[in-house]
Design a protein around this ligand. Structure first.
Ligand SMILES: Cc1ncc(COP(=O)(O)O)c(C=O)c1O
Length: 456
């Protein structure tokens, strides 16, 4: 028997039983019967797939995740910020089932009704001036497409205009282009070198980088020998997922103005931030700016794999018929899920709910920062929050402690994905946006108990 599943022990541990209206824990964890299945995964998959806590998902509904052994967690993962409208929302299930009944599973990029309906809806809710949408499957794929469009746009102006500027600490996916744009150095060593047409500037987070002025952006470019005329595109997450870290509003506005001045395509990567997560449909709305391209993924469907590049018509019209497609572009089932997810998000006022829950989450987490030197920093916007767990008196991430906290919550029926961030020290909180206040408060109590158990 393998002793571990990633960072998590595979030795079943007796944990106190829990029965509340929203949580049930009634077995040892990991569940002994699940171990052979976990071992099969360890045997046949690469180790990269064993990064999450070893519970066996059987079904998920609303804000709950269930295993097949009678355990039930309050979900604070949203499947890594996918299930914004809640797991298996009835509208999504119904729409997807109706396509399955109709036998409409896949149709390449041949036209279909749902795709027409969905792209129209997306443009309706997107900011004015963004008039076209290209559907893809994964976030990385959409990032690659934004890079390609920015670069083509630049090269059509001048053969020198091909540099893509992005931000230190940014995450855009794991494919080559998205990692060239990514700003987390240890994830990029496999590339085997740097590419002079991709450069990262410091993100103005005010924590690791105290200089939050826009001058640092232009200074970094000029110190690297890059002229604005060489820049084709700037891409950034609307907030850095490793935090969440937000731009100062003034910085984002200066960035927008700089891009306009130098005919640079500005892309906000909303793969994680979009579809209501921060209390706005898109997180860049907090800055009162509109990018030229928006990259979407994850919660665009709240479920099935779907991504999109939404943007200016002139930029998205660069490639002629048949030359910018993907086999599953706008695949029927994910598109049906996307349509239903958008309906649920708006009809059930989930964006406003996420906005109003920010105060509850902030007030619940702030005492942890006050009480524990190991919890150095907290940020929260809408229903996304992060706690940085450090070695006291430093900014050095304490991934071991963050994992202990994550596991103590798991044992009490509160599910989070494994800690994220530089050095794995960030406990990230991302409940489905439909989570009622009382359930959110129950989660905060559980997290507080976990801190007490471990740190006293
Ligand atoms: C901001 C951001 N961009 C892009 C991606 C890549 O998306 P995918 O994993 O669907 O390729 C992610 C995934 O976590 C992300 O958080």
């Amino acid at each position: 028997m393998s002793a571990t599943y990633g960072k998590y022990s595979l030795t079943p541990q007796d944990v106190p039983a829990i029965h509340t209206d929203h949580r049930t824990i009634q077995t040892a964890l990991p569940v002994p019967e699940s171990i052979p299945i976990l071992e099969k995964l360890l045997k046949y998959e690469p180790p990269s797939m064993s990064g999450q806590p070893p519970i066996l998902w059987d079904r998920a509904e609303g804000y709950n995740v269930y295993d097949p052994y009678g355990n039930r967690w309050i979900d604070w993962s949203s499947c890594v910020l996918v299930s914004n409208v809640g797991h298996a929302h009835p509208k999504i299930v119904e729409r997807v089932e109706s396509l399955v009944e109709r036998r409409q599973l896949s149709c390449y990029v041949f036209p279909h009704r749902e795709r027409a309906e969905f792209v129209e809806k997306l443009i309706e809710v997107a900011p004015d001036g963004l008039e076209k949408v290209f559907l893809l499957t994964t976030g990385s794929e959409a990032v690659e497409c934004a890079i390609k469009l920015s670069r083509t746009w630049g090269l059509n102006q001048s053969p020198e205009k091909k540099v893509i500027v992005s931000f230190g600490g940014g995450f855009h996916g794991r494919t080559l282009g998205s990692q060239l744009a990514g700003g987390i150095a240890p994830l990029k060593t496999w590339i085997g070198g740097t590419d002079i047409t991709f450069i990262q500037v410091p993100f103005p987070d005010g924590y690791f980088n105290p200089d939050t002025s826009f001058e640092l952006f232009t200074k970094t470019l000029s110190e690297s020998g890059i002229q604005p005329e060489q820049v084709a595109g700037v891409i950034s997450e609307s907030y850095l997922g490793i935090g969440p870290d937000f731009f100062p509003v003034e910085y984002a506005q200066q960035l927008r103005a700089w891009c306009d001045q130098h005919q640079v395509v500005l892309t906000f990567d909303e793969v994680q931030a979009g579809f209501g997560r921060t209390g706005k449909l898109f997180a860049f709305e907090h800055y009162d700016v509109v990018p030229d391209l928006i990259v979407c993924g994850k919660a665009i469907s709240s479920s099935l794999p779907l991504s999109a590049v939404i943007g200016r018509s002139d930029i998205l019209s660069t490639y002629p018929p048949g030359s910018m497609t993907s086999t599953h572009s706008g695949s029927p089932l994910p598109v049906a899920a996307g349509l239903a997810s958008l309906e649920a998000l708006f009809e059930e006022n989930m964006i406003a709910h996420a906005e109003s829950m920010e105060a509850v989450l902030t007030q619940g987490l702030a005492p942890l920062v006050e009480a524990y030197d190991e919890c150095d920093w907290m940020a929260c916007k809408g229903l996304v929050a992060g706690l940085r767990i450090v070695k006291p008196g430093t900014q050095e991430p304490n991934s071991e402690l963050a994992t202990q906290i994550n596991q103590a919550c798991l044992h009490r029926g509160l599910l989070m994905f494994a800690p994220v961030g530089l050095g794995g020290g960030c406990v990230k909180i991302a409940p489905p946006l439909m989570t009622p206040q009382e359930v959110l408060e129950e989660g905060i109590e559980v997290l507080t108990e976990a801190f007490k158990e471990i740190l006293g």
